[in-house]
Design a protein around this ligand. Structure first.
Ligand code: TPP
Ligand code: MG
Length: 1017
């Protein structure tokens, strides 16, 4: 936290508050008034624009003046008279008063005796305005002076001011209003409280001294509330009320004992691990142990308010403690992870502080059942955030929880990662999008004021590590982690905020890190002064126990006995863990699919062809305007698209968009939810899909025929996403984890953009099953193809996906009827590049027909979307048809002995090759074989094709550069398939650093060269 080091530079408000500021300028009143003008002018657009200074009590005060002036112009000061005569005054909008201030201002006349019905004197007005400005200053900026740092390094000491009061608020907080501070003689004067404060409780006015003390206590103590940038008066008032109302921080003795007991467990857990596994890394929570009671409080309050399932994402710090004391994962399972045992099940596993969990248990405090999941995550900090959101959204969807009342997410962050990692920002921006919102996430920052060895001063440019949350108007509650009661209050407010407004909020738990980054690191190398302080600093549990003993809530014996009891529990679990011989990865699964695998033959794939009448029905619906077509005005161009679709259906052929719709529609018919998400997917980047028809005259009137295929179909959702790959791909991955009976697809605008989501691809999609026994059938649609569009927009870098495939190049699996399915079962993901709508249709349907789930990486076409030959007859999609891993050359294959050369290829280049072959009239001499599923490699079918053309030369032709595309992947596998008895040579572009040339002419030259090389004998 280095908030104090950064000067705030606030822009002038674009919405300068005309009423207030202009009349003051015009009326040229006292100096004091001019200062107030400045206060209004300095106010910024992000500073509660919805609650201008002239609103609330100031506004009602001015209005009172105005009404008095209307009755009798001489009853007000000449400056008011001049102002009102200028017609500048406009009554403020009618804001519902949040607190009735019934006392007239005349009751406070300071210049002379109060006279009933008389106008207040100008000193009264000035002083009231000054007090109101001060109240507002505390609300807006009090957090800058609040006492957040348990180590006191950045804490501003209180100073005694000219009024005799000690306060932390200084010019950072009060700014120009510090000049308004009164003298000691004013301290007992009563001031009317504006409706925008709750510090008075039931009192409409308070002595100045009390006002200042209360403000100081609310805003500059152990809690720093940042909220005045929120653009909603209702929300600002809601927060003010929760923090300002007198007595909000009073806890009952029972509540205090519960906090103490929870803190004892959190502290005891780390101490126990430190004792038993002193040389093991565990990324302990020491210095921020309060996070455990904090999470429990959030969950308690949320459960009380109706939440039944909580999905959490968190980094390394305090993760084991969270599993143990928040999720109540059996301690022996946690301790077993330290024993270095062999795993009892498949997979490569992960380190203990990355594993997930899923627990269903009774919440003892609320007596309600609750499900808690901690999503497994990689080291890549914050990468799990969107995954958690996607999983949460999916759970809400399947439960019909449209407002997020039953399912919620909590994201826990480190201070350095929260402000440093861009995915946090990307994820925040999903928070209010209709198809991505989870209706409010509570973010908890375990802010230990350090990231590994780096001070905040060198790791961020913002005053707080939480500033990223301001972009979505999330309130931010900073709190000193050494004050358990303040922390609990903040957690309660956060849970209530989420339940009330269904919007994100942030709890910034400002603590410290007692040890090094991990328990083996030496922190004094880099933070000597901070760690000298830490060494002398008592831990939070001891401080709190001392406080409760001193106030008589508990005795020293009680404190000791609670700690001893927990230590015993740990010892028993430790003994039990010692009897274990294996770890079970399944114990750590975050998304169990109950029943999905039961009774299934793991090698049996359901048929993917469907009845022709189903295809015709889907085709007809997909090519029809909405039922109320007469009223729904469709764009003329789309009418042509629909007519062309209809013509295809009549001819029983499908292009790419129709093939896709057949896959989606038939799955929806079978009760499979389909969700397609990505940038501009509704229309399709290449304007081929058009799933959402827009009424040309009525805003938001749309029609999506895939949602209306059958009355009892599953829901179809297609959503244009925010312009993010990292967060959106992570989100869809999380969505796909929740339920195997859904087809979840993410489409990149162009395949190359998927590399900005690389950590989701590397850390989750390719390796999730191996590390965390968690399957996913997510489909990534990656437009790919060298079509002269330059270095970007050409390649989805399929070579990278292939390089990550766990498909052994030297191993030809035993041949059997189940060859293809067994390969799919054993691999980490599927990589394919289909050339026909029918094969695209089948591979999508196969995702669901498989008895297990695997991610599918699909290179998808661009020009083929409209290519006259890239069409499939319905017969290739109807019953009896299936996905073809390889598409043989039917013509050349009839007389294989004539064939001199076999060109193997994948993807769109096939159509260029066939055209060149036709031009050269070499159909009988050159066979062209399409490898549609690249990984797992179809060893069996490649062998079969090669055997068919015994004497032919074998080549692999590709349009990508030699070091890219599929060549390096297929080459060794060809040799294995051919048992090293024949060779396969390369035809295509030379190696290249870039994916494609930027010159169209060069592109055409290169393409022609490769086509000529490939189609020659
Ligand atoms: C994306 C990413 N970059 C770098 C790292 C290496 N790393 C691990 S922990 C850490 C510091 C994290 O600091 P903070 O977020 O404050 O969490 P803390 O460890 O202090 O709890 C770093 C840089 C990582 N795990 N992930
Ligand atoms: Mg940190």
């Amino acid at each position: 936290m280095h908030r104090a080091h950064t000067a705030f530079s606030l822009a002038l408000s674009p919405m300068a508050h005309k009423n207030f500021a202009t009349w003051l300028l015009k009326s040229n009143t006292s100096k004091q008034m001019a200062k107030v003008t400045a206060a209004a002018a300095v106010r910024t657009y992000n500073s509660a624009a919805a609650e201008p200074f002239a609103n609330g009590s100031t506004a009602s005060y001015v209005e009172e003046m105005y009404n008095a002036w209307l009755r009798d112009p001489t009853s007000v000061h000449t400056s008011w008279d001049a102002y009102f005569r200028s017609n500048s005054y406009v009554s403020p909008p009618n804001l519902a008063p949040v607190q009735a201030n019934t006392l007239p201002l005349t009751a406070f006349n300071f210049g002379g005796a109060a006279v009933s019905g008389a106008a207040p004197d100008s000193k009264t007005i000035d002083d009231h305005l000054a007090v109101q400005a001060i109240i507002r200053s505390y609300q807006s900026r009090g957090h800058l002076a609040s006492d957040l740092d348990p180590l006191g390094i950045l804490t501003r000491e209180k100073t005694v001011c000219k009024d005799g009061l000690a306060r932390r608020a200084n010019e950072d907080v009060l700014r120009q209003h510090s000049g308004f501070l009164f003298g000691e003689q004013d301290m007992e004067r009563q001031f009317k409280l504006p409706s925008t404060t709750f510090i008075g409780g039931d009192e409409a006015s308070l002595p100045l001294k009390e006002i200042l003390n209360r403000l100081e206590n609310v805003y500059c103590n152990k809690i720093g509330v940042e909220f005045m940038f929120i653009n909603s008066l209702e929300q600002c008032n809601w927060i003010r009320k929760r923090f300002e109302t007198p007595g909000v921080l009073n806890f009952s003795p029972e509540e205090k004992r519960l906090i103490l007991a929870r803190l004892t467990r959190a502290t005891g857990f780390e101490a126990f691990l430190a004792k038993k596994y002193s040389s093991e890394k565990r990324f302990g929570l020491e210095g921020c142990e309060i996070m455990i009671p904090a999470l429990k409080e959030i969950i308690d309050v949320s459960t009380e308010l109706g939440v039944e399932s909580v999905i959490m994402g968190m980094p390394h710090r305090g993760r084991l403690n969270t599993l143990a004391n928040v999720c109540r994962k059996p301690l022996n399972q946690i301790f077993t992870q330290f024993a270095g045992l062999e795993a009892a099940d498949d997979g490569s596993g992960d380190v203990k502080y990355h594993l997930g969990t899923y627990i269903e248990r009774l919440n003892r405090v609320t007596n309600k059942n609750i499900r808690l999941a901690v999503v497994a995550n990689p080291s890549h900090l914050e990468a799990v955030d969107p995954v958690v959101q996607g999983k949460t959204r999916a759970e809400q969807f399947y439960r019909g929880d449209q407002e997020g009342k039953k399912v919620m997410s909590i994201l826990i962050h480190g201070d350095a990662a929260f402000c440093g990692q861009g995915v946090v920002y990307e994820t925040m921006h999903l928070s209010d999008l209709p198809d991505y919102t989870t209706h409010g996430t509570i973010h908890v920052v375990a802010n230990n004021q350090i990231g590994f060895t780096t001070d905040p001063r060198f790791s961020r440019s913002s005053p707080y590590c939480t500033d990223v949350a301001r972009v979505v108007n999330a309130p931010i509650f900073h709190v000193n982690a050494d004050d358990p009661e303040a922390v609990m209050h903040v957690c309660k407010v956060a849970a209530e905020w989420r339940a009330t407004f269904h919007k994100d909020c942030v709890i910034d738990l400002v603590g410290y890190r007692r040890n090094g980054h991990n328990e083996i690191d030496e922190p004094m190398f880099t933070q000597p002064l901070m760690y000298q302080k830490i060494r002398k600093h008592k831990n939070c549990l001891d401080l709190y126990a001392d406080k409760l003993i001193a106030e008589g809530t508990v005795t020293g014996e009680e404190v000791k006995s609670v700690a001893a009891k927990y230590e015993n529990i740990c010892e028993e679990a430790f003994a039990l863990a010692k009897t274990e011989t294996h770890v079970k990865y399944k114990d750590w699964l975050d998304s169990p699919w109950s029943g999905f695998f039961e009774g299934k033959d793991p090698l049996k794939v359901a048929p993917t062809g469907v009845k022709e009448e189903t295809l015709i029905h889907i085709g007809n619906r997909f090519s029809s305007p909405p039922p109320n077509a007469a009223e729904f005005v469709i764009h003329k161009g789309l009418l042509r698209v629909l007519a062309a679709r209809k013509a295809m259906v009549d001819e029983k052929i499908a292009d790419w968009a129709l093939g896709e719709a057949m896959a989606f529609g038939s799955l929806l018919k079978e009760g499979i939810h389909v969700r397609l998400s990505g940038q501009d997917v509704e229309r399709g980047t290449f304007s081929h899909r058009h799933h959402v028809l827009h009424h040309q005259l009525v805003d938001k009137a749309t029609y999506n025929s895939l949602q209306h295929m059958y009355p009892d179909q599953a829901p179809y959702s297609v959503s244009n996403s925010s312009l993010s790959e990292y967060a959106v791909l992570g989100f869809e991955h999380g969505y796909s984890m929740t339920n195997p009976n859904a087809l979840v697809l993410w489409e990149a605008q162009f395949g190359d953009f998927s590399n900005t989501a690389q950590s989701i691809i590397d850390q989750f999609i390719s390796s999730g099953q191996s590390k965390w026994v968690r399957q996913s059938g997510l489909v990534m649609l990656l437009p790919h193809g060298m079509e002269g569009m330059g270095p970007e927009h050409s390649s989805c870098r399929v070579e990278r996906f292939l390089q990550m495939s766990s498909d052994d190049p030297d191993y030809f699996p035993p041949e059997s009827d189940e060859f293809g399915t067994r390969q799919l079962h054993d691999i980490n993901w599927i990589v394919a590049n289909c050339t026909t709508p029918a094969n695209y249709y089948h591979i999508l349907r196969r995702q669901i027909a498989l008895p297990f789930r695997k991610p599918l990486i699909l290179c998808t076409p661009k020009s083929l979307l409209r290519h006259p030959e890239a069409k499939s007859p319905f017969s290739e999609m109807s019953e009896g048809s299936e996905f073809q891993r390889i598409i043989p050359d039917r013509v050349a294959g009839e007389n294989p002995s004539n064939v001199k050369k076999v060109v193997f290829c994948t993807g769109r280049v096939y159509y260029d090759l066939t055209k060149t072959r036709a031009d050269k009239k070499l159909e009988n001499e050159v066979a062209i074989v399409r490898v549609e599923q690249i990984s797992p490699f179809p060893f069996d079918l490649v062998k079969e094709q090669a055997n068919l053309y015994k004497n032919a030369e074998l080549v692999w032709a590709q349009e990508e550069h030699k070091n890219q595309g599929c060549w390096t992947y297929v080459q060794p596998r060809f040799l294995t398939a051919l048992n090293h008895s024949r060779d396969v040579s390369y035809v295509g572009r030379a190696c290249g650093a870039s994916t494609a040339t930027g010159s169209k002419a060069q592109h055409i030259r290169e393409l022609n060269a490769l086509l000529n090389d490939a189609i020659s004998t």
